[in-house]
Design a protein. Structure first.
Length: 119
């Protein structure tokens, strides 16, 4: 198994920045990809960004392209989400997840961290 712990959420004004972190532990050698998702009250979970663990190739959801940057530190088994130009509609619980060898989807999820953007 892989355990994921997010941190870095909080309250920020529109236009501000936050950096989320997600530390992985356990069978981290099985990780193929790490992703960030978010879910606002009453809405479905949405893809934010993901990164290939081996080569760092990122991809982003349309709503965050140009504003958010995903990165990883393999030595620390940590993935980051740098969020800039935050908007009130970015308010949500943010969750990281890992896609592991032998899996067909994101297998493990963190408990989430809340991001609130005030207007």
């Amino acid at each position: 198994q892989v355990q994921l712990v997010e941190s870095g959420g909080g309250l920020v004004q529109a236009g501000g920045s936050l950096r989320l972190s997600c530390a992985a532990s356990g069978r981290t050698f099985t990780i193929l990809r790490m992703g960030w998702f978010r879910q606002a009250p009453g809405k479905e979970r949405a893809f934010v960004a993901a990164i290939n663990w081996s080569d760092g190739t990122p991809n982003y959801g349309d709503s965050v392209k140009g504003r958010f940057t995903i990165s990883r530190d393999n030595a620390k088994n940590t993935v980051y989400l740098q969020m800039s130009g935050l908007k009130p509609e970015d308010t949500a619980g943010y969750y990281c997840a890992s896609w592991n060898k032998g899996g067909l989807k994101y297998d493990y999820w963190g408990q989430g961290t809340q991001v609130t953007v005030s207007s």
